[in-house]
Ligand binder design. Structure first.
Ligand code: AMP
Length: 213
């Protein structure tokens, strides 16, 4: 079963993807994580995308489609969760073609609905564990001991360079201009299932669980 988590930055895609990995053995394919890894490794591609990402703009379709193709060919599990991909209609078409090549298809597109004010509040307080990936928030989900991950005990907590109000405004604009047309695209294909991304995390988990069966 292959699914897409679709929604603006801060909608909770990463948190839900991690839960599906833990409970169902699915494979999370986050192009944002892949690009941040490339940046951290200092590769040529990482250097090329660094400033674009920090500004909150989209990197080229060619780069992200290439990253997804590589991982689709290398990974196996109980289905793929596409997190932050596709973000343009060209990426959506490319994904359909890549899956078809593997004899696979898309099961469902979960649209995580949230409002913009909530996104600003969520994103500007967000930090994650660099070791296990657990997501925290200054106000709504602080760590029990300051500076230490509740989940794995690591002290490697970090904030994303693009989680600030300026980048977020650009990321939202990119979302509305380039990514939101995918809602109509997948609706027309009959694949779209909306969930309320503003509900409590456990409620969102339950809604997605009910959709996936
Ligand atoms: P994310 O972690 O999904 O919020 O992505 C962080 C940043 O990586 C985005 O703001 C873009 O600059 C870039 N990015 C991630 N996924 C894509 C994609 N599918 N297409 C274009 N740019 C992307």
């Amino acid at each position: 079963m292959n699914i897409i988590l679709l929604g603006p930055p801060g909608a909770g895609k990463g948190t839900q993807a991690r839960h599906l990995v833990e409970t169902r053995g699915m494979v999370q394919l986050s192009t944002g994580d892949m690009l941040r890894d490339a940046k951290a490794s200092g590769s040529d591609m990482g250097k090329k995308v660094s400033a674009i990402m920090e500004a909150g703009q989209l990197v080229t379709d060619e780069i992200v489609i290439g990253l997804i193709e590589e991982r689709l060919n290398a990974e196996q599990g109980a289905g793929f969760i596409f997190d932050g991909f596709p973000r343009t209609l060209a990426q959506a078409d490319a994904l359909a073609a890549l899956l078809a090549k593997l004899g696979q298809s898309l099961h469902t597109v979960i649209e995580m609905r949230v409002d913009d004010e909530a996104l600003v509040a969520r994103i500007t307080g967000r930090f994650t564990c660099g070791s296990c990936g657990e997501v925290y928030h200054d106000k709504t989900k602080p760590t029990a001991v300051e500076g230490t991950c509740d989940n794995c005990g690591s002290t490697e907590l970090k904030r994303r360079a693009d989680d600030n109000e300026n980048s977020l405004r650009t990321r939202l604009m990119e979302y509305y201009k380039k990514t939101s047309p995918l809602i109509g695209y997948y609706y027309a294909k009959g694949d779209l299932r909306p969930v309320n991304g503003l509900a409590e995390i456990d409620e969102v988990k339950a809604s997605i669980g009910a959709i996936l069966g």
